[in-house]
Design a protein around this ligand. Sequence first.
Ligand code: SF4
Ligand code: FES
Length: 200
Amino acid sequence: MSEIVLQIDGREVKAAESMTILDAARSAGIPIPTLCSHEKLEAYGACRICVVETETFGRKRLVAACVYPAERNMVVMTRSERVDRTRRVILEEMLAHAPDSVELHKLAEEYGANKDRFEKEPSFCILCGLCVRYCAEIKKKDAIGFVDRGAKREISFIAEIASRECWNCKECFPLCPTSALQAAYVLVEALAFPGAESKP
Ligand code: SF4
Ligand code: FES
């Protein structure tokens, strides 16, 4: 696999041609925040918090670092004014949906996001898809999925599968950046299979 050289935050970084900007930055110890990315899962590109500014042949653009490939001679800025402004707005929108998320609060501090900019519409889920994808891609169980579309889109446990598979797994719980997943599980457990916690 051939090696390329690009510039990230003024540093020369060597990367394999197949790497994303996120992979290349991480290999050089340069941090980029992520919410929907996980090293064991396929890239998803949903949350956009990993946005960075790139410059190629004098053309600047914002791209999602977790899905965008690193390119030869590309110039990447992980903390330009435009990047920080974009991350700030993304966080402000997410905090309207998940106002109690500790992870979002930490990022909001870092980027100076106004936690109360948008009217609260708590769904507690930011639709990062980590739980859904982890269950499908790693556990191959599909015990949780997305239902509905647009503003009504949400995650939902499939009770028949969850009652069999989830009670002694719960590996997806720590992945959730909000409290939505545990709340959804408690609900489905109470409604569909009470007492599963006490299974042998
Ligand atoms: S429940 Fe949590 S992990 Fe699942 S999609 Fe929503 S925020 Fe992401
Ligand atoms: S981490 Fe890149 S889009 Fe979510």
